[in-house]
Design a protein around this ligand. Sequence first.
Ligand code: PAF
Length: 275
Amino acid sequence: MQRAADLFRAGSKVVGVVPTMGYFHEGHLSLVRLAKQRSDVVITTIFVNPTQFAPHEDFSRYPRDLERDARLAESAGSDILFVPSVEEMYEVPYQTYVEVGGLTSVLEGKARPDHFRGVTTVVAKIFNITKPHVAVFGQKDAQQAAVIRQMTKDMNFDLKIIIAPIVREADGLAMSSRNVYLSPDERKQSVALSASLRRAEAMIAAGERRSLVITGEVMQMIGAQPSAMIDYVSISQNSTLEEVSELRSGMTVLVSLAVRFGPTRLIDNTVVEVR
Ligand code: PAF
């Protein structure tokens, strides 16, 4: 792959990379399409990265369907599929990790210690292997997007990070490979996540400035679902991810949440400009 990447670069082609863990849905395909608009050659990577899963998480049962993914990626405009094995990516004895500081200590980082260390390590490796000019990630993983931006800047990776909007099911649920874990009843209840974010947006638009009042309403809507267990609901500065207690005009805030339905953990968010 590295040799092919050198050839693309040398041929003055704009190379775009879309790092993924596979099991594609429309959200992934939107990333590939966006990469295609911004580059000549699109490399889609599929790698279920063990270092970003905690021992109790779903690494071994994470859904996989390589044949289907290959067809879908090609139909969305991907030129090359890069599917390394765990042994190739983490050749024994593997000893080097990339770690971003402050931004990873909150939200998902607090709930999933070491998760972002795994993400930034594998993404840095993918950047080094594929040598892209642009890399596309999804806004659904808002903190991941911020952490990767920071790593790219701090480590002087010579590429542009593009963040694509969240793609949702018709009823509002943010698309995720993990949605397949939901039982039919949990799937119905999960609509409360996006509905509560729309409510938060409406409250802010109507002039509510107290974070606790907004997150309280979000928690109430989600808490009314019998199977929902809230990990967190947060309002933070979109750029720094610092918690905000009082919204002020001109701020851009990230309203984000993580909720468990049984063993399935879902995240969602919205970015709001406070008028
Ligand atoms: O968002 C994902 O699917 C993964 O975290 C990523 C960026 C492909 C790294 O494994």
